[in-house]
Design a protein around this ligand. Structure first.
Ligand code: SF4
Length: 291
């Protein structure tokens, strides 16, 4: 819960505020860009909500914040933000909100499918919040939990226990040590089922893996993201824990696949045609080789 005594002085005066526990994860700025902005190493409120819709977005950011750094002076119905999650992105793919501090506010996603098609899939772990768990239960629970890499596992064990789901993760990121049920080894693509392909992409970490759903949605963890400033796909050079050269090779491997939606754990999302995405990916690879 945000502490008004820690309210950052850079916040604009008024109801909503960010306190000094903010870890600058960017979630609030993505969810409610009309309210939150970056200021040095924090987010701040630069404009108070002007409408019911903006208030809802601000409350959704409050719920998603991993450190409970967003607060209000006035009373609001918390369920306006809570009940908005999981939040539909497109088709049957949802953003879970409720990010976890242990994964630095990484975004997690839920694919909702009938059991006959393989059942629901949770991609990376959100915070194990009772309200979210109930909503996921109402949407059919979780049959498979895919973990892109070691940084974004958060409360995976609690979700696995609650939903009795099968977790999928690469061995080189500690899957065996974490007790994961389906362990990926090596660099060959791994078919989780008919619609889901796990593609090992060593680089950010040794065992990082991305998940391709229906040749349309690519869940990239910390391997690949979108930069609005550069109008391009990017990788995080300063947060490459294993090998930049390996990450470039992994990026080249992704040229063999079609995807239209990029959904990362950190960084900005993007949607484009598969052809344009491939062009952006080529540009990203060239940029990485110059870094
Ligand atoms: S979501 Fe929370 S921790 Fe992340 S930038 Fe916003 S206020 Fe800071």
């Amino acid at each position: 819960m945000a502490n008004v005594a820690l309210r950052l002085p850079e916040n604009v005066a008024g109801d909503f505020f960010v306190d000094s526990k903010c870890i600058d994860c960017d979630a609030c700025r993505q969810i409610a860009p009309e309210i939150f902005a970056e200021d040095d190493e924090y987010s701040i409120v630069y404009q108070q909500p002007q409408s019911a819709q903006e208030t809802k977005r601000a409350l959704m950011a409050l719920v998603a914040c991993p450190t409970g750094s967003i607060g209000t002076v006035e009373h609001h119905d918390a369920h306006i933000g809570i009940d908005a999650y999981p939040s539909l992105i497109a088709e049957n793919v949802y953003f879970c909100g409720f990010t976890a501090e242990s994964s630095f506010g990484a975004w997690s996603y839920l694919i909702v499918r009938p059991e006959k098609d393989g059942g629901n899939v949770l991609i990376d772990s959100p915070r194990f919040a009772t309200q979210l768990v109930k909503k996921i239960q109402d949407l059919g629970g979780v049959r498979t939990m895919f973990l892109t890499h070691r940084d974004d596992v958060a409360d995976h064990d609690r979700f696995a226990k609650r939903f009795r789901c099968q977790r999928v993760m690469h061995n080189d990121d500690g899957a065996t040590r974490l007790g994961i049920e389906n362990v990926i080894r090596g660099e060959a693509p791994f078919a989780v089922d008919n619609e889901l392909l796990a593609i090992p992409v060593p680089g950010h970490t040794r065992g990082h893996t991305v998940l391709l759903y229906k040749n349309k949605f690519l869940f990239t963890g910390d391997h690949l993201a979108w930069s609005p400033n550069r109008n391009s796909l990017i990788a995080f050079r300063s947060a490459c824990w294993y090998s930049w050269e390996a990450q470039i090779r992994s990026m080249e491997k992704l040229l063999n696949y079609d995807f239209e939606w990029l959904r990362p754990g950190h960084g900005r999302t993007h949607r484009d045609t598969a052809e344009n995405m491939r062009g952006h990916l080529r540009g990203c690879i060239g940029w990485m080789k110059r870094r």
